[in-house]
Design a protein around this ligand. Structure first.
Ligand SMILES: *Cc1c(COP(=O)(O)O)cnc(C)c1O
Length: 378
């Protein structure tokens, strides 16, 4: 093994991105400070209309986080005790947490090994007369198998809520994530492809009545101030976030393009090693008809945890998304799931490792990452 100098390659470098647009961001933030208008207001309305346009939907409703977006969508569907919501066990906690917070039961389906998204062939058996919604996740930036999901859902008139938190800009056979179900949930958490300067979220929908209900629910269920039709919540988007996100939205497609180029470069770099042939590493798939925006580039790796430690020593950031399948989480014990229920999801928790794919990553950084992984197995 050749000794190599350590190069620092973080999993995500928000400073690098900020440096490219700091003038625009600073001006947008300053103008909000000058206006002293901080909650909702014109900046949020403008962002809502731009996100709706971007996703090809008639409406968008800002809220305080991606987690709240999911909660609001389920509240608007009046999901509650006795109801079931079909979703993935291999996702961020909020997807299933929102279902349980409303007193309903998450019905987990195992994932497709290659796409990390729910296996649509398992849906039919999971549908019952208590199924109130299907909540597919577009994990890591690639849409779930929406045509199959939609066919089954519409047969039974079950609404679909997309968890599109990682997939803004992704498309499915040409149609944008966010317009593939009754409503979709986005997150502006800083590490998402469209990340704010703090928490933020958005819902998109074509349904005017549903959009109106979401707006009422995000403001404590009051259509008219101080007169409450529902018990809603306080989940509003800040003007400061909206102003910053509007700047970043203008760059989003370029950033997605850079992420995709980086993914393609990884494919050719890994192909030059023996790692794919000897099965030490597997690369993420791109499903037919899916425009993947690579919020994460997630490989499967033998001896994953040891590899992660080695990468850390060599200055390379990586992350395990996700180390525990949701059906095995302590807080969901009462749901009665057990080890072995979802083998593909459980395997992914052992093998998956996200490596840097952010837009500003250089070709030299990527060469260093692949070379380092190769030398680990070498
Ligand atoms: C980030 C994320 C969320 C939650 O978004 P927050 O803005 O962090 O609340 C929900 N689902 C998925 C799949 C996510 O990645």
């Amino acid at each position: 093994m050749i000794e190599q100098t350590v190069r620092r390659v973080p999993l995500l470098d928000l400073n690098a991105q900020y440096r490219t647009i700091s003038d625009e961001i600073n001006a947008a933030a300053l103008s909000v400070l000058e206006s002293q208008q901080f909650i909702l207001g014109p900046e949020v309305r403008a962002l809502e209309s731009e996100i709706a346009g971007y996703c090809g939907t008639a409406h968008a409703v800002g809220c305080a986080s991606g987690s709240d977006a999911i909660l609001l969508a389920l509240m608007a569907l009046e999901v509650g005790p006795g109801d079931e919501v079909i979703t993935s066990p291999f996702t961020f906690f909020a997807t299933a947490g929102s279902i349980v917070r409303l007193g309903a039961r998450p019905v987990f389906l195992d994932i497709d090994e290659l796409s990390y998204n729910i296996d649509p062939s398992l849906i039919e058996k999971a549908l019952t007369n208590r199924t109130k919604a299907i909540l597919p996740v577009h994990l890591f930036g690639e849409c779930a198998a929406m045509d199959q999901i939609k066919a089954l859902a519409s047969e039974r008139s079950v609404p679909i809520i997309e968890d599109a938190a990682q997939a803004i800009g992704a498309t499915y056979f040409g149609r944008p994530a966010g317009g593939l179900g009754l409503a979709a949930c986005f997150s502006f958490y800083p590490s998402k492809n469209l990340g704010g300067a703090g928490d933020g979220g958005m819902l998109t929908t074509d349904d005017a009545e549903f959009a109106e209900k979401l707006k009422v629910l995000r403001g404590h269920g009051a259509k008219k101030k101080y007169f409450h039709e529902f018990v809603g919540m306080n989940s509003r988007l800040d003007s400061l976030q909206a102003a910053i996100l509007r700047v970043k939205l203008r760059h989003l497609d370029d950033w997605a393009g850079a992420r995709r180029e980086n993914a393609a470069r990884y494919r050719s770099l890994f192909a030059q090693t023996g790692l794919l042939e000897n099965g030490k590493v597997k690369l993420p798939s791109e499903s037919a008809g899916c425009f993947h925006v690579y919020n994460q580039f997630v490989i499967r790796a033998e001896e994953r945890d040891r590899l992660q430690g080695y990468l850390k020593e060599k200055g390379i950031g990586s992350e395990v998304y996700y180390p525990m399948s949701l059906h095995l989480q302590h807080c969901f014990k009462s749901l009665g799931y057990k080890q072995g229920d979802f083998p593909a999801s459980e395997r992914a928790t052992q093998e998956a490792l996200a490596i840097p794919v952010y837009p500003e990553l250089s070709a030299e950084d990527q060469e260093y990452v692949v070379h380092t992984i190769d030398s680990f197995y070498g």
